[in-house]
Design a protein around this ligand. Sequence first.
Ligand code: GDP
Ligand code: MG
Length: 713
Amino acid sequence: MEKLIPFINDLHDILSQAGLSSELNLPSIVVIGSQSVGKSSLLESIVGREFLPRGKGIVTRRPIEIQLHQVLDAEQGWFEFMDKRGEKIFESEDIRKLIETETDKIAGKNKGISPVPIKVKYFSKDILDLQLIDLPGITKNPVGDQPQDIEQKVLDIVMPFIKNQNSLILAVSKASDDLATSDGLKLARSVDPNGLRTIGVITQLDLMDEGADILNDLLNQTYPLQLGYVGVIMRGQKDIQKNKTIIEQIKDEKTFFEKHKIYKKYSEKMGVNFLVKTLNMNFIQHIKKALPIIRETIISLVQVKEYDLKQYGDYDNLETKENKNLLVLTLISKFSNSYKDMLEGRCLDITSKELIGGSRIIYVFNDNFRKTIQKMNPFDILSDDEIRTAIKNANGIRPSLFVPEGAFELLVRQQISRLRMPSIECSHIVFEELRRVINQISIPEIERFDTLANRISEVIENLLNKCLRQTEEIISNLIDIELGYINTSHPDFVSGMDMVNKDEQRSSQQQVQLQKEKSPLQSENESNKFFNFWPFKNNKQTELYDSKLDNLNKKRKSNINNEKQQKLQQIEESQILQQQIVINKIVSVNQQYFVNDPKRQLPQVPNTIKITDRPSKREQTEMDMIKDLLISYFNLVKKNICDSVPKTIITFLVNQSRNFCERELIGLLYKQELVDELLQENQFIQKSRAEAKQTLISLRTCLNLLNDLDSKF
Ligand code: GDP
Ligand code: MG
């Protein structure tokens, strides 16, 4: 049983060296209470040596962990400080100075505090094994460099120690304190409400007024704790000044209790020595309770570290060139398989709450690309005036007879061109998604080799770039194909004649109203105006149009064929020409007379001519029709593009990069001359592996210690 405390001390050592003590919550005794209640004095009394810094106000400014090791054959007690194992420090003065310097080093010189513990060991034949932690006292008023919230800062240091369910709490109060308001007890209650692991210590019983006593408190009647209270008397300031030793004080303490009118009945359960025995006994019990959890924690830590070590890879196996080559090959195929899995949705180990890999690409197509294209409307960028201008410009000097085909093609091409940018952008977004997938691939065996990981990224980045360029080109071609031939006979396209019919229906309703007002000739002209439009889909309409066209041609032909008339016409024309020459002469003669007549002068032609007047009825009809045709044809192209662009991206970017990934990597990286360079191990990994190995050794040592301990019971 008595081996338990040294065992725990060993665990503390082994695990703190491996940086694991905080993960294990090892048992320890934590001393808490207000400032100047006597915490440090108590520790010194327990150790039997004056080794702690002393002074007014806040002196203990970092947690001080003190391990007591009983060494039965030690003639003289000695300290060991922090990591200087084996270096014996015999003088209390020396260890105190070390503690002071170490405190200043981390917490500053002026009353600052720090949670980083200072570790001290004490070896002696006159002590019982213990592990104690002295903590800064609870204080409410900041002094020196202390921040305004000093109380909170101290609590931040104290709480983790006392929250540890495996710690025993030594709650120190002064005899003059009311137990109900004692800071130490209040804090202890907050983490141990049933008082199962708190021992109450009441100091300065010697300073009470004569006749006054706190027997009720000491007998656990005021504020009961499972482990009870112990009253102690330590050296006051005056005693210290008089160089009274701790041993002398312990003797005096004994006398005080034995002679005290009220306490003498209980004198055996009073004083520092009794407290040490109580602590030792309770601590052993406490450790016994904690052992199963400690064992479980160590076992799970071993598993974690073994896993870590596996992730860092076994470098010792990489002695031969063949092994190295094989490793490069294995890692390359692991990488390309991961890439495939991510794209095809087989990355089951990632429990992600968001879309990943291939599913993000489909989102890009459906929610990003398709929706944007569908929302595009020809009239986002095209005003009525622009359409009218386009119609007029396309007609040139000839007034249009038919549907202004030139204007339609010009405008529809303009619209199709608008699809080029979003389509190419879509391929760029998918490219970024693929890079994201690559970045998400995490293979620790690859990450341990910096150069290999970098070269893989480089090769894949180049491959993706190559695929992107090809994809861009094909997408651009898709748009060029749409631009290259405006297929107005596409079955999904609402042609000009459909528009005519639609418009005729619309106007026939108006006609009924207008008929009475208009002459029959006018009304016929109105209804026939649409025959001038292209293209015709309806056969009847086409025939009608053709017959009209034939008549016109026949008329012209018959005119030309009639020679007599031709001659007559020639004579007539020559007469007109002569008349014209005469008129011109008159004009030139008379010109000087008209120069100064402003009413006869034509206005100057402006540099830019814009349409400003309201469209005529005919213009309006032409415009409406062009608009309908534009929408119809643009929708048709949009549908094609929404289908063909994602197909192109999947085929030439996603699938190509996936299919060529492994081949490209092997081609560029699997080379005899590269292997040593590629398998240069990352220094951080080397360090982590060494640490993991060391930690594993420490943990296994702890497990062995535990097993040894079991075999002794
Ligand atoms: P801490 O701030 O809680 O660590 O308190 P210290 O151990 O530094 O003690 C504060 C002061 O109280 C010191 O001057 C001690 O000598 C004095 N002191 C502590 N305990 C007793 C005691 O039981 N009796 C008397 N008379 N003085 C004590
Ligand atoms: Mg102190």
